[in-house]
Design a protein around this ligand. Structure first.
Ligand SMILES: [Zn+2]
Length: 179
């Protein structure tokens, strides 16, 4: 999924649970920030590598082990949900094999499953800051089911953000009428 959808998912989980929204969002965006940066820098030849893998999840789990306060737990949930969202996106678009490869990096794949990191010349065009555009990836993605799921997620998060806070009076009167 694209970054705005990951931000939205972290936000929705924070708002719909008792988890800290800021830590949820941070955990939800960090795998992409790390792996896309590593891909752009040429450290790894793909955009979904260490932070999208079960190996990376094991490292995060080990780093957080014994430190599961509310903030770290919310961060961890955000991280796991990021992986789940990417697996769902790939599977929805008929790329379940790529989802498996993503989780299995570096054992199941090294250079893919998404797109091999581009050559330097790739960044010289007008869309230099928008990865994949020159390869038609963006336009293609906008025709897939996962793109419309992302739109729904963004609209729902926008609605949660924009709606007024629920009135305590209404909540109380509802509770009072419960059997
Ligand atoms: Zn991702």
């Amino acid at each position: 999924m694209w970054l705005p959808a990951h931000i939205a998912i972290g936000y929705i989980i924070g708002k719909k649970t008792s988890l800290d929204t800021r830590w949820c969002v941070l955990g939800s965006v960090l795998p992409d920030l790390i792996d896309k940066t590593l891909g752009h820098m040429g450290v790894f030849p793909a955009y979904q590598t260490v932070s999208h893998s079960l190996l990376g999840l094991a490292v995060v789990t080990a780093l957080l082990f014994g430190r599961y306060g509310p903030a770290m737990f919310a961060f961890y949930v955000g991280w796991v949900v990021h992986l789940a969202a990417d697996v769902l996106q790939l599977t929805l678009n008929g790329r379940g094999g790529h989802a498996l490869n993503m989780l299995g990096w570096p054992v199941l794949h090294w250079e893919n499953p998404m797109v091999t990191a581009p050559e330097t010349a790739y960044y010289e065009g007008i869309f230099a800051s928008i990865p994949f555009v020159q390869e038609g990836y963006v336009l293609h993605y906008m025709t897939t089911p996962a793109f419309y799921l992302e739109l729904v997620i963004l609209v729902y998060a926008g609605w949660l953000l924009a709606r007024p806070a629920s009135s305590p009076t209404i909540e109380r009167s509802r509770t009072d009428t419960d059997p």
